[in-house]
Design a protein around this ligand. Structure first.
Ligand code: SF4
Length: 256
């Protein structure tokens, strides 16, 4: 369960979470699950993060997505209006991350796409909607977890990030993870898994196995965009998420 949040959930919100949970399970072809306990009220965050002014925009960075703790704010301030790699020149928004700054569960994808670049938030397009369903099926809501990418600016034409771009950006992901200190990181897709693990094995071989990244348990699974193209693989992704839920001590759906 979440380590933090902002308000007690109302009936409508719990019902919406339940609907997301059931929708994902139905998509994944899962017909039978053990009852999961309702989400506990989140703990109050420990103090407000100090305000900080953006040197470039004159607006408090705390108002930006994903900066809800002093540690994350420090990482965001360090990035500034980053042009450390060539992706900086083409972005609309630097997509830092989003979610609970004290999340026990973090998802890491590849990089922002067009929707994400425009909105400044990771995983908001079709793949993002599926990720939100996956999160709901695990008994969380999007606000409980933290979501980020290996690179924070959109690669042109949605190409893969190049090695120099990863080298420039990954240190900030590392400090982001250190600031959040999640119990588990889920690497979404081949690219995130191979980058974080420095392992060129195919995702079909990496997924479903536990690894360590910077002292944090890491589980690779399929990227939601791949699952949209290959819905018959959703069952395998669900198995991977079950491992994660078990690691986090949450109720598990039964194997199909
Ligand atoms: Fe900076 Fe990362 Fe954007 Fe490159 S991708 S410009 S390193 S924030």
């Amino acid at each position: 369960m979440s380590d933090g949040g902002s308000s007690e959930k109302g009936t409508a919100e719990v019902a919406a979470e339940l609907r997301r949970h059931l929708a994902w399970l139905a998509d994944a072809g899962i017909r039978e699950v053990e009852a999961a306990p309702p989400p506990a009220p989140p703990a109050a965050p420990e103090g407000d993060p100090p305000p900080a002014m953006s040197p470039d925009r004159g607006a408090p960075r705390t108002a930006e997505k994903g900066c809800g703790s002093p540690g994350l704010l420090a990482v965001r301030e360090q990035l500034g209006e980053c042009t450390r790699c060539k992706l900086g020149a083409g972005r609309t928004n630097l997509v830092f991350g989003v979610g609970n700054p004290a999340a026990e569960l973090m998802f890491v994808g590849e990089g922002p796409g067009e929707d994400e670049d425009r909105q400044g938030e990771p995983f908001v397009g079709r793949a993002g909607q599926l990720l939100t369903k996956m999160i709901g099926a695990m008994g969380y809501c999007r606000e409980d977890v933290y979501i980020a990418n290996v690179v924070k600016c959109r690669p042109p034409g949605n190409r893969n990030p190049e090695p120099d771009e990863i080298e420039a950006c990954e240190p900030f992901l590392r400090t982001q993870i250190a600031a959040i200190r999640p119990k588990v990181v889920v690497a979404l897709g081949k690219f995130a898994a191979q980058t974080l693990l420095r392992d060129t094995s195919p995702i079909s071989r990496l997924r479903g196995r536990w690894f360590e990244y910077e002292g944090v348990r890491l589980m690779p699974t399929f990227h939601p965009a791949y699952l949209l193209r290959s819905p018959n693989e959703k069952g395998k992704a669900w198995e991977d998420l079950q491992h994660v839920m078990k690691e986090l001590g949450k109720a598990m759906g039964k194997d199909r």
